[in-house]
Design a protein around this ligand. Sequence first.
Ligand code: ME8
Length: 505
Amino acid sequence: MKSYLTTPIYYVNAAPHIGHAHTSVMADILKRNKLARGMDVRLSTGCDEHGQKNQEAAEALNLAPQDYLDQRAEEFQRLFDLVGVDYDYYVRTTRPGHKEAVARAEQQLFDAGLIVKKSYTGKYCKGCEQFKKESDLTEDDRCPEHNNIELELIDEPNYFFPMEPYRQRLIDHINANPDFVDPPMYRGELLKMLAEPLEDLSISRPKARVSLGIELPFDADHVTYVWFDALLNYLTNLEFPGGDYQDWWSECRHLIGKDILKTHGVYWPTMLMALDLPLPKGLVVHGHWLGDGGVKMSKTLGNVVDPIEVAEKYGVDALRYYLARHMRTESDSQISAETIAQVYSSELANKFGNLLSRAGKFAKARFDGVPQMGQLTEADEAVRAKALAAAQGLAKEITLTQLPERVAALVDAAEELNAYFAHSAPWDLMKEEATQPRAGTVVYVALDSLRLLFEALRQVIPVSSDKALAMMGVDLPAAPWSPALDQLQGGAPLGDIEVLFARVD
Ligand code: ME8
């Protein structure tokens, strides 16, 4: 079975931040979950390179636009590589193949009379790269997403794509496909947006004002750079309209932050309908990370979390783990370097790392490898069952909404294993010959259950999990993965037991 996951393509007018790392890491985790279930998966992430914001950012640095874009695209790619995003497509909208496909799609709509030219007066938010209706604005006439940006009053000829003709069809589609938007809260929001007639979508700017875009094939004085360009990346990655794009397109889900629900839930489906193309399977929406104090991160407030800094200080897996464990899809969540460090130490180091180190070193020193498992007690069976059930939570399909609770179940199981190990005190049992086999059983149960938890954690923190499995001397599980107990072999050697999650001050 195929699956095609996409992330937004990010504006490159500034350095990548935690939000960009977030959606791409989440897509990566969903990809690993699908791979573990034996699916064939493709993942796209990358950059939205055109537009006014990017053009102005290049000008501010006195750089030629292409040089600026090349630098930023590399910087974003370095971040995705650093945080372990296993992407199949790294999108750059300046890629010639993308630009040609966008121009072809525009020509198709223009020829069908679905794009019209008219002069437009309105307020434009550079942050969103969108015109705003009065009803979109805050009381003091600002964009709710970009309070710090002055809206521009624009009066110029633009080409427009009228969306209203597709509104009812889209409502019907959403009603007929309950999982078109996940979680359902955003489905309600989307239907609310569709309750009123839809405006015409501006798809071009005069080249004289903004040059960083794709020239309209039917009017060389105008460029497209707005959503019409960006959204089509999801298709052009697949070499649309050629190749086997249909096989993947029919299995596409877009991961997005709640800020771009309208563009993905209204603009994009209406564009696809006009182009006579099927809609994606669905939208997977998440909330936003807020900085310390529950407010938007900003340099002035000093509450910005830099993903690269965090990854360098605490390790990539500290960051990935925190994102997976603490993001909520239906509300915003807070993040700070301090809370990442706390969770790293209280969960990754103290629960998973600690048990691996204690049980692993004990097994090596006293049993010269994996001990033999003897008769199981009720307590043994209970911790084993808990570990198995927690691992099974990641062998099933996960949604973004479920991810934090599935990870929490692994932590609970690890906590119980730690308590079991401490309470069973195998070091005491080793003192009498008669109870030594029992000590072996305890160590076996702890290690084998922990192995299961790390097999599950491979989807979230692949690098550390694979290291842990190597320390336990086991092969990485093959796909499709089906979690099972008793995969450690009594008498088998263990690898070197090293510190998995080093302490950080
Ligand atoms: O909107 N918390 O690009 P963008 C969580 N180019 N996620 C966040 C976040 C936060 N605080 N801030 C940003 C654009 N994100 C367009 C998209 S797609 C065809 C074109 C993530 O750079 C989240 O996924 O503003 C959000 O939707 C996206 O970055 C916006 O990125």
